[in-house]
Design a protein around this ligand. Structure first.
Ligand code: NAD
Length: 289
C-alpha cells in the first residue's frame, strides 16, 4: 500500500507557483490577489479560511479577508461581491461555504463574476467544465485529479465509484473522471444516499472516491484488493488527546482498509492540502489573463 501524500504534492505545487510569482515580481508585474469572504464564526470555516490566507502568504500572493457577521443580509453580502467584481486589483474571489440558512447559496455563487470565480462554482464555469472547455475547475475535484496524475495513476478505462453527489465534490469529480480527455475516460458510477446495494458497487471499484461526510463509513468489506482510495471526508471529532480538543477523521476507516488498498489518501494530509493548492493555481491563472 502506498500513501498518496497530498501534503507533499501540494507543497511541490506551491513551490512551482511561488517560482512564477517571483518571476512576475522581478518583471515588475503585480502579485496575484485573492479575496475571501467569511460569514459568521463557524470554527471549521474559520480554520479553512485561515489556511487559505496562509497559503497565499506562502506563495507570495496578496489576500484580502472580509469578515461579515452571521446575520448579514443576503443583499449586503452580494454588495460586497459586486464591489470585488469591479475591483481590477483583485484576481480571484471565494465565499467560504456553508453560508447561514437565510442566505441563498446559488444566488451568491451566481453573483461572483465568472472570470474571478476561482472556486469554479458559477453555473457558467460548471457548464464549461461539463463541456470540456477551458475554465476554473472546482478546487477539490481538480486536486484529486492532480494527485492521481502526479502519482502516475492512470484512470482511463478504470471503474471509478464516487460516494456522494454534492455540487462541490461528488458531482464535478464524476463529470471530470468521465470526460473524454486526459486525465479522464474512466467509467464512473455516482452513488448517493438513495443508492441500493452500495457495498456491491463499491466492491467493483478500481478507484473509490469517498465524499459523504460520515467518519469511518467505508470499511474493509466494502472494497476489493488493489483498490485506490481517495478519502475526501473531513469530520471534526472532539478529542481529549489533542491540544486543539479536536481530531480530524476521514470517511474511510483507514486502519481496516489499508491492507487491501494499493493507494490511499490519509486524513489529514491527503485531499485537503490539494484543494488549497488548486485554489492558488486558479488564482494564478486568473491573474495571468
Ligand atoms: P455534502 O455533505 O454536501 O453531501 C453528502 C453527500 O453524501 C450527499 O450527496 C448524499 O447523498 C451522500 N450520502 C449521504 N449518506 C450517504 C450514504 N449512506 N451512502 C451514500 N451516499 C450518502 O458533501 P460534501 O460537501 O461533498 O462533503 C463531504 C465530505 O467532504 C465532508 O466531510 C466535507 O467536510 C468534506 N470535504 C472535504 C474537502 C477537502 O478539501 N478535503 C472539500 C469539500 C468537502
Amino acid at each position: 500500500m502506498q500513501i498518496l501524500d497530498g501534503r507533499k504534492i501540494a507543497n511541490d505545487i506551491k513551490d512551482e507557483i511561488a517560482g512564477v510569482v517571483s518571476t512576475l515580481r522581478s518583471n515588475n508585474k503585480k502579485a496575484p490577489h485573492l479575496a475571501a469572504i467569511l460569514v459568521g464564526d463557524d470554527g471549521a470555516s474559520e480554520t479553512y479560511i485561515n489556511a487559505k490566507v496562509k497559503a497565499c502568504e506562502r506563495v507570495g500572493f496578496r489576500s484580502t479577508l472580509i469578515r461579515l457577521k452571521e446575520d448579514v443580509s443576503e443583499d449586503k453580502l452580494i454588495d460586497h461581491i459586486r464591489n470585488i467584481n469591479l475591483d481590477s486589483d483583485i484576481d480571484g474571489l471565494i465565499v467560504q461555504l456553508p453560508l447561514p440558512g437565510h442566505i441563498d447559496e446559488i444566488k451568491v455563487k451566481q453573483a461572483i463574476i465568472p472570470s474571478k470565480d476561482v472556486d469554479g462554482f458559477h453555473p457558467e464555469n460548471v457548464g464549461k467544465m461539463a463541456l470540456n472547455l477551458p475554465t476554473y475547475l472546482p478546487a477539490t475535484p481538480a486536486g484529486i485529479l492532480e494527485l492521481l496524475t502526479r502519482y502516475n495513476i492512470d484512470i482511463s478505462g478504470k471503474h471509478c465509484v464516487v460516494i456522494g453527489r454534492s455540487h462541490i465534490v461528488g458531482s464535478p469529480i464524476s463529470i471530470l473522471l468521465a470526460r473524454n480527455s486526459s486525465p479522464g475516460n474512466a467509467t464512473v458510477t455516482l452513488t448517493h444516499s438513495r443508492t441500493k446495494n452500495l457495498k456491491e458497487i463499491t466492491n467493483k471499484a478500481d478507484i473509490l472516491i469517498v465524499a459523504l461526510g460520515k467518519s469511518s463509513f467505508v470499511t474493509s468489506d466494502m472494497v476489493k484488493k488493489g483498490v485506490c482510495i481517495i478519502d475526501v471526508g473531513i469530520s471534526r471529532i472532539k478529542s481529549s488527546k489533542t491540544k486543539s480538543g479536536w481530531k480530524l477523521l476521514g470517511d474511510v476507516d483507514f486502519e481496516s482498509v489499508k491492507e487491501k488498498a494499493s493507494f490511499i489518501t490519509p486524513v489529514p494530509g491527503g485531499v485537503g492540502p490539494m484543494t488549497i493548492a488548486m485554489l492558488l493555481k486558479n488564482t494564478l491563472i486568473s491573474s495571468l489573463k
